[in-house]
Design a protein around this ligand. Structure first.
Ligand SMILES: Cc1cc2nc3c(=O)[nH]c(=O)nc-3n(C[C@H](O)[C@H](O)[C@H](O)COP(=O)(O)O)c2cc1C
Length: 232
């Protein structure tokens, strides 16, 4: 392995050790627009099953809009440690939405338009993908019904979220993934205050980004490699 390969390897491992779920950010430090563009680009370029990109991203920046989530976003409202939490201190706050069955069932308008306008695929290829995707949803992977299809979309959104956090860490930027919220009330707020139609999109996960206020209280622990990996 070359010296530069080794340096890259070390940089990656350092970034993964640096990343931890930050509970309180330094409210005075903001991510630069250029760095935040790179973070969004990491999400945009993320892989997805069949390449359908079944996610939307909301960047929630005004304190007023963030406060709408405070009562029921227990994973980011700081209630457990008496702080403003990630909602009140993060430089940037992202909400990943998952496409529902209305936008992600085979033959949906979104998919047909996506294949034509984004992928520029010819009609015969679109017909082939429609058939393959129908088989995938109904027979192979068994992703049918509103809940299953939305969950399947959310799985893809989590890949983008992972990339967002890893890329941020590589730039020395902190993050915290957030699943600690009430789904029903989040859907209501998104519909009433953000114009998100829950028939089309449902919240998947949130991510707060910024710079840590303090170093982590506990050292990182993980199972050992041999506890999680089996080679055959
Ligand atoms: C999908 C997901 C949801 C999470 N939700 C929350 C959350 O709501 N609030 C929070 O403070 N941490 C949340 N976490 C952080 C985890 O608790 C944390 O990643 C885990 O304990 C490992 O610690 P580390 O990330 O600091 O290494 C979440 C993590 C993931 C991956």
């Amino acid at each position: 392995m070359s010296a530069s390969d080794k340096a890259i390897q070390q940089q990656i491992i350092d970034a993964f050790n640096f990343r931890h779920a930050v509970k309180v950010f330094d409210p005075d430090r903001k991510i630069s627009p250029e760095q935040f563009d790179t973070i969004l680009e990491a999400a945009r370029l993320s892989p997805s099953s069949f390449g359908f990109e079944p996610w939307q991203l909301l960047v929630v920046q005004t304190p007023e809009k963030r406060e709408l989530f405070r009562d029921f976003t227990w994973g980011a409202n700081g209630a457990f440690n008496g702080t403003e939490g990630q909602l009140g201190t993060a430089s940037h706050f992202l909400i990943f939405l998952a496409h529902t069955d209305a936008t992600m069932k085979h033959n949906s308008d979104y998919q047909q338009t996506f294949m034509k306008k984004v992928k520029h695929l010819p009609e015969d290829v679109i017909g082939f993908i429609n058939q393959a995707f129908q088989k995938f949803q109904e027979h192979d992977f068994k992703v049918e019904g509103e809940r299953q299809i939305t969950d399947w979309s959310a799985k893809q959104a989590y890949i983008a979220m992972g990339n967002v956090m890893s890329v941020a860490a590589l730039m020395g930027i902190d993050s915290c993934p957030v699943e600690g919220f009430e789904m029903d009330r989040t859907i209501d707020v998104l519909e009433q205050h953000f114009g998100i139609d829950p028939k089309l999109y449902k919240p998947a996960v949130m991510v707060a980004l910024g710079y840590r206020a303090d170093e982590p209280v506990f050292p990182k622990t993980r199972r050992s490699m041999d506890q999680i990996v089996q080679w055959f």
